[in-house]
Every structure is written in structure tokens, then in C-alpha cells.
Design a binder for this molecule. Structure first.
Ligand code: NIG
Ligand code: FE
Length: 408
């Protein structure tokens, strides 16, 4: 058992509700606080001096200078296992080239598939761990990681096995998701429904057998999978016992409705979601995940997070870090920019990067700082937690703790 502190402010988020809009007056802050950690779990949070006098012989990890604490951040949507680089796509897009022109000149998702297939396992593991370490350095302690650049049995399993291997080499909690339904690969001889059937019969049973993932994702979009075939696929994956998440309404509306109908844990993107479907999402338990990194990477509009929150939805914010549409990877920068454009309160942004994102991943032991939760937290060298979003990502995390141990 140990006591960590003193901290100028501990932003616990403990009493914030799961859904809907939040005001900053609702944020719970413990001033001059300390955190008692026992066996990786938070035992107690309170005034540092009081905790010290109540626990006479406790080990104390003393914090120098003024620091504030937030719950460890949760990035609930990433594609950080990939080979190669798509800087040329980015440059071409900005030079006015269309999606088709970029794909025809060798870019797009298919180019990342080829690079990922050709990359050695060592190389993929090394770059994945580098990206994980970058996210940890921002204060992110739980990271969802998708497959989806393999797109056949051999390579999807290769990706998921590498993600599993990475879990053995990092303190961060990784949540793997099978995104074999990212795109029908060019070398698959058959229709979209046939490829989805191939995933159901050839890939998912092996994913299950090797315990590589418990979640399945699909990209529903004109250029990827169509609504009806996707719905059939998702219901089948559910029968196999997987949790579901969907890349929904990125450019074309309609698929968030499917996500809700099949009981998906989350519907992510939603840049094109229509008002009627915002209401539908808001009445469901499907988390609406904004991915401002994709809006910034593509120069497209933001997810209507304000409308979603006002309607009562559970809104998470994630980075979507990937080589194509969202190459930045800095969740704090992205979330604070989303806040300025969508007019989100600090409480809404912090909730979106913590317990609301955790809910999308089905994790209840993280995202808030309170007794019984995992001792995952991040500190910043400042006397006011508002500075974290105000500095738009340029105030670096000072210390990062996972299960009560300092990892950064
Ligand atoms: O979330 N929208 C589909 N998938 C990714 C992009 C992946 C890529 O371009 O490589 C996304 O934006
Ligand atoms: Fe994505």
C-alpha cells in the first residue's frame, strides 16, 4: 500500500453521469489531494495531509511541485498496427486529387494492406510499440487496436497475434478488435457478401480459438460494405459471441441506425449523421464516438458532438490514429480542437476521453478516479486542470501511472 501526492487538484470525474451534456460545475475535484493505492487499485482519495495522518506507516511517493491529476485517458478507436506510410495520399489530397485518383495511383487503404502484409512481424511489433509509447506519453493508459490491414486469414491473424504480443510488452491495457471487414481486398475472388462469409467461417473461428479479440468492427460505407450485407454480418458475429463496433456515417448517413439496431457497443465517426439518427443514437446504449483526428486529417467536417450530447447520447472521443485519414495520433490536441468547433465543455471532453470511452470498450474498472477502480492516472505540471485542454496538446503529461506504477 502506498500514498501518492500531494496533488494540487485531483480531477476524479467520479460523479459524472454516463450520458448527455455536462457542465463544468459538475466536475469533482479534490484539492491538495492524495491517492492511496493498494495492489494496483485505488483504495482511497482525499486530502493528502489527512490521508497521511490516518495511515501512519504508509509508504509515501512524494510529488514535487504543483501537479494536477486526471484519470488515465482511454483511446477507444485506433489502427496503430500498420506497415508503411501514406504521406503521399495526404499531399495528393491537399493538392486536390480525388479519392479515386489517389487509389489509382497506389494509395488508399489497399496500399496500407500491401505494406502491412509485406512487413516483418518484428517491424510491425516495433512500430506498434513505438506508437503505444507515444500514446502513453500523452497520458493514455488504455488503447483499442484494430486489425484491418491484413484482409485475409494469414495476415489478419498475423496482425492480431502481434497486438497480443505487444500486450506482453507494455503496461498499457490493449483492447484488440478484428476489423477484417475494413474493405474487400482486391485479391479476393468473390462478392462482398462472399468476403463477409469468408470472415465468418475462416477468420473469426480462429480469432476465437486463439483468444485474439472479443470485438468485431466493420466499415459501412459506399466504398466498403453496404448496409444490408453488413447488418447480416453483424448479427452473425453477435451469434458467435463477439461484441460489435461500427465505422458508421463517415461520409454517407444510415449506418449508425444499423449499429443501434444490432446493439453495437459503439458507432464511430458519425460526421454525416442526420438529425433523426442523432435522436435514435441518443436513446440507445450505443456510444457515439467522435474521431476529430479523421476530420483534421481529411479536412472534413466534425462529428456533431454538441447535438449528440444535447440529445442525451453517450459521447466518446478517440483518435482513430491510422496511416490514411488520421495520421496525427495526438488525442488531446484533437479533442481540444473538437471542443472549440463543437462548443463542448471541459467536462464533456474529459468524460469523452475517459469513462465514456471505457464504456464503449465494456471496461468498468477505469475512467474515473474512485475507490475500487484501477489506479491508472496521468499528472500534468500545472496548478489548474483547465490548462490541459487550453494548451491544445502542448502541455505534456508529466507522470503516467498504470495499476499504481509509474510507467512514464
Ligand atoms: O477510420 N474509415 C475507414 N477506416 C479508417 C481509415 C483507414 C485508412 O485510411 O487506412 C478510418 O478513418
Ligand atoms: Fe477508424
Amino acid at each position: 500500500m502506498k500514498l501518492i501526492g500531494p496533488f494540487k487538484q485531483i480531477v476524479t470525474l467520479a460523479n459524472l453521469p454516463l450520458r448527455g451534456k455536462l457542465s463544468d460545475e459538475q466536475i469533482d475535484i479534490v484539492v491538495d489531494g492524495g491517492i492511496v493505492v493498494n495492489d494496483g487499485t485505488i483504495q482511497e482519495i482525499g486530502n493528502f495531509e489527512t490521508l497521511k495522518s490516518e495511515n501512519q506507516n504508509i509508504n509515501i511517493e512524494t510529488i514535487e511541485g504543483e501537479q494536477i491529476v486526471l484519470p488515465g485517458l482511454v483511446d477507444s478507436h485506433t489502427h496503430i498496427c500498420f506497415g508503411g506510410n501514406r504521406a503521399n495520399d495526404f499531399a495528393m489530397r491537399n493538392a486536390g486529387k480525388t479519392y479515386l485518383e489517389i487509389a489509382e495511383s497506389g494509395g488508399g487503404i489497399w496500399s496500407s494492406v500491401q505494406h502491412t502484409r509485406n512487413a516483418s512481424e518484428e517491424e510491425l511489433l516495433k512500430t506498434l510499440l513505438e506508437r503505444i509509447n507515444f500514446l502513453i506519453s500523452l497520458g493514455i493508459t488504455t488503447i483499442e487496436v484494430k486489425s484491418g490491414y491484413g484482409l485475409d486469414v494469414e495476415n489478419e491473424l498475423k496482425m492480431l497475434r502481434i497486438i497480443k504480443k505487444a500486450q506482453g510488452k507494455t503496461e498499457a491495457k490493449l483492447v484488440p478488435t478484428c476489423l477484417s471487414a475494413h474493405l474487400k481486398p482486391r485479391d479476393f475472388e468473390g462478392s462482398n457478401p462472399e468476403y463477409l462469409e469468408y470472415i465468418l467461417t475462416e477468420i473469426l473461428p480462429k480469432v476465437k480459438e486463439e483468444e485474439l479479440a472479443t470485438r468485431v468492427d466493420i466499415f459501412i460505407e459506399k466504398s466498403a460494405f453496404q448496409p444490408e450485407e453488413s447488418k447480416y454480418f453483424l448479427l452473425k458475429t453477435k451469434d458467435l459471441g463477439f461484441d460489435i463496433t461500427v465505422h458508421a456515417d463517415q461520409f454517407t448517413p444510415g449506418s449508425s441506425r444499423i449499429a443501434v439496431e444490432v446493439g453495437a457497443k459503439s458507432a464511430d465517426h458519425l460526421e454525416a449523421t442526420i438529425d433523426e439518427d442523432i435522436e435514435f443514437l441518443a436513446k440507445s446504449d450505443t456510444v457515439a464516438t467522435a474521431l476529430p483526428g479523421a476530420s483534421l486529417g481529411l479536412g472534413e467536417k466534425f462529428t456533431p458532438a454538441r447535438k449528440l450530447l444535447d440529445a442525451g447520447a453517450i459521447v466518446a472521443i478517440a483518435s482513430d490514429w491510422n496511416p490514411g485519414s488520421a495520421p496525427m495520433g495526438n488525442l488531446i490536441t484533437q479533442a481540444s480542437i473538437l471542443a472549440t468547433f463543437e462548443k463542448l465543455t471541459t467536462a464533456e471532453v474529459l468524460a469523452g476521453m475517459t469513462f465514456r470511452a471505457a464504456y464503449a470498450l465494456g471496461l468498468e474498472d477505469i475512467g474515473k478516479l474512485e475507490a475500487g477502480k484501477k489506479a491508472d492516472f496521468v499528472t500534468f505540471k500545472t496548478d489548474n486542470f483547465q490548462n490541459v485542454l487550453y494548451n491544445q496538446g502542448s502541455l505534456n503529461a508529466e507522470n503516467v501511472y498504470i495499476s499504481g506504477n509509474q510507467v512514464h
